[in-house]
Write a protein that binds this ligand. Structure first.
Ligand code: HEM
Length: 156
C-alpha cells in the first residue's frame, strides 16, 4: 500500500496534520454526513417496512433518498480528507476495509433499488412489494455495519 503514501504529502493532508482544529471540524462534518445519510435511510426503510403507513411514500421516497444522497456525498468527501492523513495505515486497517466494503454494498443496494420496477411502483403510490421490504432490511443492516466498522477503525 506504499503507493498511497504521497497522499499524506498533499497540501490538504498537511493542513489537517498541522491543525487539530481543522481535523476535528472535518471529522465532525464526517459524522454529520453519516447522520444525515443514516437518518434519511432509516426513515425511508422503516416506511417501506410498513411503519407510519399514513405518510405518503410517493412523497417521502424522493425527498428522503435525495437527502441520503447528500449525506453520502458529504461522508465520502470528508472521509477522503480524513483518509489522506494516514493513507497507508488506514488501507491496512481491517475495520477501515470492512467499512469501505459495507459502504460499497449500501450504495450498490440503493442504486439497484432506484432503477427497479419496485421503486417506480412506489413513486406511483402503490405499497412496497416483498423484494422492496427485503432490500430495506438489507439496507438498514448494511449501514449499521458501516457505522460500527467506522467507529472500530480508531480501536485497531
Ligand atoms: C459513506 C459512508 C461512511 C460511513 C457510514 C462512515 C462511518 C464512519 C464512522 C462512524 C467513523 C468514526 C467517526 C469517529 O468516531 O470519529 C468514521 C471515521 C472515519 N472514516 Fe468514515 N464513513 C463513511 C465513508 C468514509 C469514506 C468513503 C472514507 C474514506 C475513503 C472514510 C474514512 C474514514 C476515516 C479515515 C475515519 C477516521 C478513523 C479514525 O481514525 O478514527 N469514511 N467513518
Amino acid at each position: 500500500m506504499e503507493f498511497l503514501a504521497p497522499l499524506a504529502e498533499t497540501p490538504l493532508a498537511r493542513a489537517l496534520i498541522a491543525s487539530s482544529t481543522l481535523y476535528l471540524l472535518v471529522n465532525a462534518a464526517h459524522i454529520l454526513g453519516i447522520s444525515v445519510l443514516f437518518g434519511a435511510i432509516l426513515a425511508l426503510d422503516l416506511r417501506i417496512l410498513g411503519l407510519a403507513r399514513n405518510l405518503p411514500l410517493a412523497v417521502m421516497a424522493p425527498y428522503l433518498s435525495r437527502l441520503a444522497g447528500a449525506g453520502v456525498l458529504i461522508a465520502i468527501a470528508t472521509g477522503l480528507c480524513l483518509f489522506s492523513v494516514k493513507p497507508v495505515e488506514y488501507a491496512q486497517n481491517p475495520a477501515f476495509l470492512a467499512k469501505i466494503g459495507f459502504v460499497g454494498l449500501g450504495i450498490l443496494n440503493a442504486a439497484l433499488v432506484h432503477f427497479s420496477q419496485g421503486w417506480r411502483a412506489i413513486l406511483a403510490d402503490s405499497e412496497p412489494r416483498s423484494v422492496m421490504r427485503l432490500s430495506a432490511w438489507f439496507s438498514i443492516t448494511i449501514w449499521i455495519a458501516a457505522v460500527v466498522a467506522g467507529r472500530w477503525i480508531g480501536f485497531l
